[in-house]
Design a protein around this ligand. Sequence first.
Ligand code: NAI
Length: 391
Amino acid sequence: MSLDNSKIGVIGAGTMGSGIAQIASQNGHTVVIVDSNEKILTQSNENLKKVLNRLIEKGRINEGESNKIIENITYTTQLELIKSSDIVIEAIIEDLNVKHNLFKSIENIVSDKCIIASNTSSLSIASLGASLKKPNRIIGVHFFNPAPLMPLVEIIPAVQTDQSTLSEIQSLIKRWNKVGVLCKDTPGFIVNRVARPFYGEALRIYEEGIADFATIDWAITEIGGFKMGPFTLMDYIGNDVNYAVTCSVFEAFYFDPRFKPSFTQKRYSEAGFLGLKSGRGYYKYNNKQTIIPSINKDHDLGTAIFERILFMLINEAIDAVFMQVASVEDIDLAMTKGVNYPQGLLSWADEIGLKPILDGLQNLYEEYGEDRYRPNPLLKRMVRNNLKFYS
Ligand code: NAI
């Protein structure tokens, strides 16, 4: 079966579901979007019209195309309308029981051939598939926010998923001009696993009193070339949301100390310093404008901070290769296309040289004696054998 002209059902008309419905409709599919909340459906429809009007103003689409995109989408509270869907993408609240109940209802409505996909960020695809009578049709398709703009989609087959479900979804995502990366059904998939030290190590450096938030952000952007520093990004994501993801990854990894959440972030969340949305996070905001405190622009300090965070990120990316979570190329694509890193971590590692990275991590490990700094065995082996990730 090809999904080229398929009918798409999207469940959940919130941030992600609305974006996914827009992508599907822009690619010529007939879309039914279902939400239990009528107001959210109206909002989703109004937001889409605003987005499309902006695209018309910018000359990206014409009025006829805009009308077609709107007409392609049916907004409804009635789940039954997904009956003729070839694929259903679920994007409702992140709750296993609620998703299980929904999946059972979906399966009672759609045909046996319909693929059932989930946009979950933190639940295992295997656990979602367990609620289905035909679990070979379950698959994870993890979009990034805002879905119409972010190119990356992590594609996650569960242990129950069959090859045809995977192949059909891979070609559909490609046809939508998205960058699909194949990922094992493991906690945090690629991006939310590999990116943890970006936040965690930055918080740790702050907690040790090595530098303040603004200086760490300066080191990462000015010296490291990242678009945003970790504290600016956490304020943007929301401290509550970022802290919850860290806790969920930590728990899912059976409390591996590499993923240990930070007290600082917990306290900031508890205090309601959630970031941009609450007017205060690590930074203070005035009408959404950051009030930047003074920065210590000491180049040696900045380089040490940047290298410590980068080496920890590279160690995590190497662990994802070591544990067969994804290919070297897909891990690099995930971090550049999903979270805008300036370079793939593994190609960056090749460029720096694996030996200095191993030495850097080894020094941290000896200094602190903490497991979070343990260099990955694959890194050690590659240094021993003088290997690179890309030949
Ligand atoms: P959201 O809160 O914006 O939207 C969820 C929608 O689902 C709400 O409109 C709610 O009314 C609806 N809903 C809840 N239960 C329902 C049910 N039983 N039937 C029909 N509709 C129901 O949530 P958001 O942020 O769009 O997240 C949705 C999913 O996408 C979650 O699994 C989340 O983990 C995942 N995700 C979120 C990302 C983000 O940045 N927000 C990024 C990638 C994945």
